[in-house]
Design a binder for this molecule. Structure first.
Ligand SMILES: [Zn+2]
Length: 281
């Protein structure tokens, strides 16, 4: 067998094993956090009325995005990633690095590329229109994590493909980075107390709940900071770090755009609401 095809078969096997771990981790962590959010003593703040309605709306938007991404993955991303891998296109394929070095470099650099995409999602106005839906949630909880406009999710998938092609990482490295970042993202949005000491210890290297909650404050200077998804050092290195203070931001959401425009279809029309109302970006 062609050694490239042999390597590719091993890589595909790793992708499916890591995806299984990612799915189990997602379901287990979501259930744990929903459970903790249901214990009043464990919450960081009170839920307003309509917790279930809020969760169902965020879940409905996620489902539409998930279907779009599933179609995109099978039709475009998996064949394209396979093409990149079998032809060994991109920077890192030029070096014969051992697997652990590919994993390390890939996790760090793919995380940097995600930082850049998130930052562009705030700084480029047309991308902000799509990303704003995630920020209009004024009742931050674990379901905010899955509240994203399907078009923004699709663009993030496209961006990931460009990054893999340019840097030359096999697809399993991207799945590894996402699996590692998953608990960070879920805890970052959950309405669950997180010990201040632990937060301070961790945020030298990793994004923590206190760090990400500031990103959901409606104060523009805070919204437009702390873009990191896994490692916290990109924000420090590129001057977008806001040091968390003990306690939480006073409020969440955006002052310039309504929370959810009353319905799932209203949420999906957020890019147009942003166009009319928000001149701060
Ligand atoms: Zn953001």
């Amino acid at each position: 067998m062609d050694p490239r095809m042999d390597q590719f078969a091993t890589s595909i096997d790793l992708v499916s094993r890591l995806q299984q771990i990612e799915t189990v981790l997602l379901v287990a962590t979501m259930l744990l956090l929903i459970g903790l959010e249901s214990v009043p003593a464990m919450r960081s703040r009170d839920f307003g009325p309509g917790r279930l309605r809020h969760a169902l709306r965020n879940g409905a938007v996620w489902l539409i995005g998930a279907i779009a991404v599933a179609v995109l993955l099978s039709a475009v991303v998996v064949p394209a990633a396979g093409w990149i891998e079998t032809r060994r296109a991109g920077l890192f394929f030029a070096f014969a690095l051992p697997g652990w070095a590919v994993a390390l470099a890939g996790v760090v650099l793919i995380d940097a590329a995600d930082y850049l995409f998130h930052r562009l999602s705030h700084e480029a106005r047309w991308l902000w229109r799509l990303h704003a839906l995630h920020h209009t949630d004024d009742a931050l909880d674990v379901t905010t994590n899955i509240r994203a406009h399907p078009a923004h999710v699709a663009l993030a998938v496209g961006w990931r493909l460009v990054v893999l092609a340019a840097l030359g990482f096999p697809q399993w490295v991207a799945v590894l980075r996402d699996t590692l970042a998953l608990p960070v993202a879920l805890w970052g949005h959950a309405n669950v107390r997180f010990p201040e000491r632990l937060d301070r210890m961790m945020r030298g290297v990793f994004v923590t709940p206190a760090m990400h909650r500031i990103h959901h404050s409606p104060v523009a200077a805070q919204t437009d900071s702390n873009y990191g998804g896994f490692f916290s050092f990109w924000d420090r290195a590129f001057g977008t770090y806001t040091l968390p203070r003990p306690g939480e931001p006073a409020r969440y959401g955006l002052d310039t755009v309504a929370a959810d425009a009353g319905s799932v279809s209203g949420m999906l029309r957020t890019p147009w609401h942003v166009g009319r109302a928000d001149s701060s970006h």
